[in-house]
Write a protein that binds this ligand. Structure first.
Ligand SMILES: Nc1ncnc2c1ncn2[C@@H]1O[C@H](COP(=O)(O)OP(=O)(O)OP(=O)(O)O)[C@@H](O)[C@H]1O
Length: 235
């Protein structure tokens, strides 16, 4: 079933239009990427989905329900969790407080609780009394992901979740995302690491100047080779 669909979403900042009619779909359990060079509108698309900016036109549908322009907490309640660009961990709260601030158990028994997040990222359990500001970039990223998981989302949006991280931490994040995929979590990924995207994702949307210019998938449902994705990025 379709979890999220965008129909001709238009949005921008001030009088500058950035999105010129974005249409895309993500089904339950699907891992999809939004690929594009800098400044093409990936983050703006995420903001429009989350209600962080109000679309100028078009529709954002969640579970077939029109959620266009609803505030972020309502989008979250509808099952969408965001791992934002730049992590945005609260610097003066501890790891535990950062995670608990987001806690939400929408439908009865929740998959994600504090102990479950600590099991998923053991490093966070060790650091649970540390302040956000005292964490390494990789640890902050784990907090950002853990915080989104604490909302028990059915769709996770990750905006540049491995940016600026050391290779080892980056690999750990990718492997954790693989675990989430295997559990049936739907994920929308934005990242510059095309190799990792190719390995994890089922499908790819290519965005250029605020429009989806290609949808890329393997005819037999397998992964799309990284080299093919690279070609789309160097148009
Ligand atoms: N808060 C803002 N106010 C004004 N313009 C903005 C704002 N945020 C982004 N823009 C502009 O909107 C356009 C698209 O930016 P966006 O961040 O969506 O791109 P992106 O594809 O995510 O790229 P990047 O990889 O650089 O984050 C760019 O021209 C950018 O300068």
């Amino acid at each position: 079933m379709t979890l999220l669909s965008l129909h001709e979403v238009k949005a921008g900042y001030g009088s500058a239009q950035v999105l010129h009619g974005i249409s895309l779909e993500i089904a339950e359990g699907e891992v999809v990427t939004l690929l594009g060079r800098n400044g093409m509108g990936k983050t703006t698309t995420v903001r429009a989905i989350m209600g962080l900016i109000k679309p100028w036109g078009g529709k954002v549908m969640i579970d077939g329900k029109d959620m266009t322009g609803r505030p972020p907490y309502e989008i979250g309640r509808a099952g969408v969790g965001l791992v934002p660009e730049g992590r945005q961990v609260f610097p003066t709260l501890t790891v535990e407080e950062n995670l608990l601030a987001a806690a939400k158990t929408p439908h009865g028994r929740a998959r994600w609780t504090l102990p479950e997040v600590f099991k998923f990222f053991p490093r966070l359990k060790e650091r649970r009394k540390n302040l956000g500001a005292q964490l390494s970039g990789g640890e902050q990223q784990m907090v950002a992901i853990g915080r989104a998981l604490m909302t028990n989302p059915r769709l996770l949006l990750l905006d540049e979740a491995t940016e600026g991280l050391a290779p080892l931490i980056r690999e750990e994040i990718w492997s954790r995302l693989g675990v989430l995929k295997a559990e049936g979590e739907a994920i929308l990924l934005i990242d510059k690491n095309v190799g990792a995207l190719a390995a994890l994702a089922d499908r790819h949307y290519v965005i250029e100047k605020g429009e989806i210019v290609s949808t890329v998938a393997d005819a037999h449902g397998g992964p799309v080779p990284a080299a093919e994705l690279e070609r789309y990025l160097h148009l």
